[in-house]
Write a protein that binds this ligand. Structure first.
Ligand code: R5P
Length: 306
């Protein structure tokens, strides 16, 4: 297995280290320097000529810095003669800006896709994309992985009473995602109707009509950003007598006061993955972080042996 190397940018070193331990291959050495003016200088310090190179970077805060770091890592890999450069971007920042919501607004994720498509990646591995539109913006092959099974197993382990669980689709955009997850678990779906003000981001929900007495409502979403969606959804669900509200989501952006707000909300338990690094200080009692390292290690193993 020494025909490939894995390098990590600065955004999610713990995830890269987990993958390296699973695959029993040390992470590649990389010089990554930041000059006082913020400029970044990158140089891979390994012999990668003729090798397949995996470059891992999540576009978490600081999003733009992490994006550019990855592009520079790819350029270094190209200059050193890598056979194939595969980008692993567990969290693709800018994903929510996937269409022109208001006239004239930049379709940011399309721009990101164009940038990544011209940095000579042969493939890019992504996780649970916000919408199907995103893949279409790339002119290079995309491999989309999912944390669905990992989240389901974690939930199942902690809540053995699966017969009382219902999957909640928190909004129109997440309908397909929630339905797919519900089919995966063999559970029914309940739909909530959300509206979000496009200017100030304020969220409101239509009052629920069903009675969910005795049920465990499992809100399945892709991203927890400021937490507003699931916090409001949990309030509506508790109003219709739901016994427990559990949240399963892949990407824990946890912006601003999200951690504190979620801890003091009606949400009983929240499962997020490590596609974005969540430091010990940002964790809170209701949160459980599930790793996607095994999913990635499996794919790297397969790609490297082809
Ligand atoms: C919305 O389209 C997404 O799927 C998530 O529901 C949303 O990004 C969550 O954001 P927040 O946590 O800020 O409500």
């Amino acid at each position: 297995m020494n025909n490939f190397k894995i390098f990590s940018g600065t955004s999610n070193q713990p995830l890269a280290e987990k993958i390296s331990r699973i695959l029993k291959i040390p992470l590649g050495k990389l010089e990554l320097v930041r000059f006082p003016d913020g400029e970044c200088r990158v140089r891979i310090e390994e012999d990668i000529k003729g090798k397949t190179v995996f470059l891992l970077q999540s576009f978490s805060k600081s999003v733009d810095e992490h994006l550019l770091e990855l592009c520079l890592m790819a350029d270094s890999a190209r200059r050193l003669g890598a056979k194939e450069i595969i980008g692993i971007i567990p969290w693709l920042g800018y994903s929510k800006q996937d269409k022109e919501f208001r006239v004239g607004e930049a379709v940011s994720v399309e721009v990101i896709a164009k940038i990544l498509s011209c940095v000579e990646f042969s493939r890019i591995i992504l996780f649970d994309l916000h919408s199907d539109l995103i893949k279409k913006y790339f002119s290079i092959p995309i491999v989309e992985l999912s944390a669905q099974e990992k989240l389901y197993q974690a939930f199942k382990k902690d809540f053995s009473e699966l017969s009382s669980a219902v999957i909640i689709s928190p909004d129109k955009g997440g309908k397909g995602r929630a339905e797919k997850f519900a089919r995966h678990c063999g559970l029914p779906v309940v739909y909530l109707e959300k509206t979000r003000d496009l200017v100030n981001g304020k969220i409101s929900y239509k009052k629920g009509k069903k009675d969910l007495s005795g049920k465990t409502a499992v809100i399945y979403d892709d991203i927890i950003n400021r937490g507003g969606t699931v916090i409001k959804a949990a309030e509506v669900l508790k109003e219709i007598k739901t016994e427990k509200v559990v949240v399963l989501a892949t990407h824990g952006v946890l912006a601003g006061e999200a951690a504190q707000s979620l801890e003091s909300s009606q949400v009983d338990k929240i499962y997020l993955t490590d596609t974005i690094f969540i430091s010990q200080e940002s964790q809170f009692p209701k949160l459980k972080v599930i790793s996607v390292a095994e999913v990635l290690a499996e794919v790297i193993r397969k790609m490297a042996s082809n």
